[in-house]
Design a binder for this molecule. Structure first.
Ligand SMILES: [Zn+2]
Length: 289
């Protein structure tokens, strides 16, 4: 009896002491290593099972997309080095969006490599405050991380270039104010393939789409995001989480010799349509329709 009465107090104490541990435990795929691999052209996968990181290799150095959790940099580094590249050759660090599962490791990576941090305008204050200005999670200390200085503020449609390789930053906001979808062209087997790294089309639990006083244009931003994503040409479908594009399944196909495993224009279209439908259903429900 006494124990039953004590249990809530113990749980509350554990929550106050180990909030991050509990969060990480909620998604073991975030911290489970995954073998690094070549996607196409100069693009490689260096993330975990579900937290995607991408390495773009150029003659003038490396571009890394997504630093992931505060604990992720050693995993990403191991993947980069296993592919035969040098950690200190990372010249530019980019992110999908300013949530701790994609950018908490940035401060460490910037310090270790001296890379320049290039972030979409509307996410800059969030990464520079370590998550404290996020419209949804700003006051939730369990989502905060080491602040990192942004060296270049990106705007919608800006390009990031290194050694002749060009990536384009598409503002696809809603999930965060500065959620960025990255596109680039890859040459593979004599073809040019359009790669799309989706920033996030997801409406998180608790997001207020109607009457959001902190982020009044959130619904309009999601609508704009879906217009942009629907219009992007896509051959190689990628995203901020492996789960967006069924990475584990495609990697198994790839390991079995299917060189086209990640070429999935119809999977991209189906995923965007599914996420748009989920957004519209949530908007309708919050609008009382
Ligand atoms: Zn997110």
């Amino acid at each position: 009896m006494k124990l039953r009465k004590l249990a809530p107090a113990i749980l509350a104490l554990m929550l106050s002491v180990f909030p991050l541990a509990l969060k990480a435990d909620a998604s073991p795929d975030w911290t489970t290593p995954f073998p690094p691999f070549h996607i196409a052209g100069n693009l490689y996968y260096v993330g975990s099972v579900d937290l995607a990181s991408y390495l773009v290799v150029t003659p003038k150095g490396l571009i890394l997309i997504n630093s992931n959790l505060a604990s992720s940099p050693p995993l990403i580094r191991k993947s980069v080095e296993a592919l035969g590249f040098k950690w200190s050759d990372i010249k530019i660090l980019l992110i999908s969006h300013a949530h701790y599962d994609h950018c908490a490791g940035s401060a460490k990576i910037l310090k270790e490599t001296g890379a320049k941090y290039e972030v979409m305008d509307a996410d800059v204050s969030v990464v520079e405050s370590g998550g404290r200005t996020d419209f949804q999670y700003g006051s939730d200390g369990t989502t905060h991380y080491a602040p990192a200085h942004v060296d270049r503020v990106l705007h919608d449609g800006d390009t990031v270039s290194l050694g002749g390789v060009v990536l384009t930053a598409h503002l696809t906001a809603g999930h965060t104010r500065g959620t960025t979808t990255w596109t680039m062209d890859e040459r593979e087997g004599g073809r040019t393939l359009h790669a799309v790294i989706v920033g996030s089309p997801n409406v998180n639990p608790g997001y207020k789409l109607v009457g959001n006083t902190v982020y009044p244009k959130i619904a309009a931003d999601y609508k704009h995001e879906f217009a942009v994503l629907n219009a992007l040409p896509c051959d190689i479908f990628l995203g901020a989480h492996g789960g967006y594009f069924d990475m584990k399944k495609k990697y198994a196909m790839f390991k079995n010799g299917d060189r086209n495993a990640f070429i999935d224009p119809s999977g991209y279209k189906a995923y965007i349509a599914d996420r748009q439908q989920a957004f519209e259903a949530e908007l309708a429900s919050q609008s009382g329709r």
